[in-house]
Write a protein that binds this ligand. Sequence first.
Ligand SMILES: Cc1cc2nc3c(=O)[nH]c(=O)nc-3n(C[C@H](O)[C@H](O)[C@H](O)COP(=O)(O)O)c2cc1C
Length: 350
Amino acid sequence: MTSPSQPAASPRIDPAALRLSVAPMMDWTDSHCRVFHRLLAPHARLYTEMVHANAVIHGDRERLLGMDASEHPVALQLGGSEPELLAQAARIGADWGYDEINLNCGCPSDRVQAGRFGACLMREPALVADSVAAMVAACTASGRDVPVTVKCRLGVDDDHDYDCFRAFIDIVADAGCGMFVVHARNAWLQGLSPKENREVPPLRYDWAYRLKRERPDLQVVVNGGIADAGEAAAHLNHADGAMLGRAAYHTPYLLHRLDVAWFGGEVKPRAELLRALRPYVEAQLERGVFLKHITRHLLGLFANERGGRAFRQVLSEGAHKPGADWSLVERAIAITESFATAHDSDRQPA
Ligand SMILES: Cc1cc2nc3c(=O)[nH]c(=O)nc-3n(C[C@H](O)[C@H](O)[C@H](O)COP(=O)(O)O)c2cc1C
């Protein structure tokens, strides 16, 4: 039993559900993208783009929070730094059916810094703790077991002290957060764009591993720079999971390979996986969604494959045209199949 002064703990996430996840990515991991990723990786944990708590409270909820039933398990990532607002937004997210509410403590953009949230919260552990405690209480009140988690960096600017990072984690964990996604590099708040902030500050996975060793009861997911299946698997020896961002988006078939390798099942060809998206696409077109809003997420499916460039080109050039429908996707698939057949016939003995 927790004492009245001790914040409640967030429910623990099933360890298998943490092994593989796709990072929250603004403008990329919208609902269409998540539905596609779900088809490729039935066991992956998916994250929304960051949504500010104020937008959740005052904005168009259907547009911001709407999701497809196939997306679960899916986490809503919130931005903000006012505990009461975050608590309200977390409760709304829990009531909408999200499986996890994640607080962004890693975004370095100027706009986010001006709003005093994102990565600059690494310097305000007490405020993050208050926010987490309020969010946990709100999610508990929702009556659903919705964990509250944090995605953070190692520090900001010239923070180079592991103890300082661990102190941040300890304070936030004491407030009820049991799972941390660690983007294993600092955020540099001056002089780097968000893109550079995903590339320039050096990766230090060892800090995330050490955290897991020293705080084995916490669930730690490693994120940052994971480029292939071998690298992803290596993190599982030291942490609870691997979260992939850009590699998952640009080469989504990697998600399928990882899902099969880690959870079992059969490796399916790209075309078969894509064709399973057809009912979703047709239902969306029926609702007035433009094909291009879905196909933009599919472009990397045949990356590094024969016909991959042509696949991309057919979709990019055709999807914005009036009346574009599933037949365009079939045409793009057919091109990859013709490349494969030509390749097979290359190998036939003369
Ligand atoms: C286009 C883009 C948008 C992003 N938006 C968010 C976001 O909304 N919230 C967040 O926590 N991180 C965001 N990130 C950071 C990713 O979640 C991830 O931490 C980062 O890309 C490092 O992982 P990776 O090397 O596997 O891509 C974004 C990254 C990209 C590329």
